[in-house]
Ligand binder design. Sequence first.
Ligand code: MN
Ligand code: MN
Ligand code: ZN
Length: 287
Amino acid sequence: MSQIEPLIGAHESIAGGVHTAFERALRAGCRTLQVFTKNSNQWKSRPLDEADIANYKTAASESTIAPVIAHDSYLINLCATDASILMKSREGFVDEIRRCGALGIPFLNFHPGAHMGAGEEEGIKRIVESLDLAHEETSGSPVMSVLETTAGQGSAIGYRFEHLRAIIDGVKEKGRMGVCIDTCHIFAAGYDISTPRGYEETFTLFDEVIGLGRLAAVHVNDSKKPLGSRVDRHEHIGKGAIGEEGFRCLMKDSRLALVPKILETPKGDDLEEDRVNLALLRKLAAS
Ligand code: MN
Ligand code: MN
Ligand code: ZN
């Protein structure tokens, strides 16, 4: 039986332009890639100009690395209680969708939001409103809005699969909604994927509550913090509380063969840590 190369990659820097991420991804040994399309820690970013878009499209068409996933800015909170932050978040989210559209990036991954004390139900309502507004403003866009599971730090929504289900149920354009499982986040949220049995239970539950068909991507990160800690700290694959066994289950899960799996683990400029983590994932897939 022929072994298919797993669809794995990493989040890469866009220092020097969004298009430069392809060269880094290639050096790291990625088959798929995640990027920010703007500075992730600033509200204002220079709009993409024609040269940015042309450079990106050339790099993308010359590369076999696909699909590309965009991660939105960390400042965006689609259920902010502060009116000015909510407005900036909604505008920022629409801008992120438009940037993806201009570059031809099919997926925009984002954290659902933090309710800031308003309560989860209220937060979910506001996120649904924000998504409906964004989808209306970008009507006809092929860009999917991909909800990421969270560790449940602070007042973050998205640490139960039911939260994501409720958001999808509320949103008008359900065809534009996808989901991303972050392994570190769900483990910290209390889903024990460190053993074959726990892994199977977790993915069966995910399939029941959300449906594996909605799974657009997996963020492949080990966790520095223990099960149920609700603290989000990424660790290199196999070096954290999830451990190699959990990632073996993930890499050998044929239901996820076509789902891009992206590392968000720390690394230096030489990308050596990416190469080590990707090699380990390949080894686990073939084990
Ligand atoms: Mn994220
Ligand atoms: Mn993530
Ligand atoms: Zn994280």
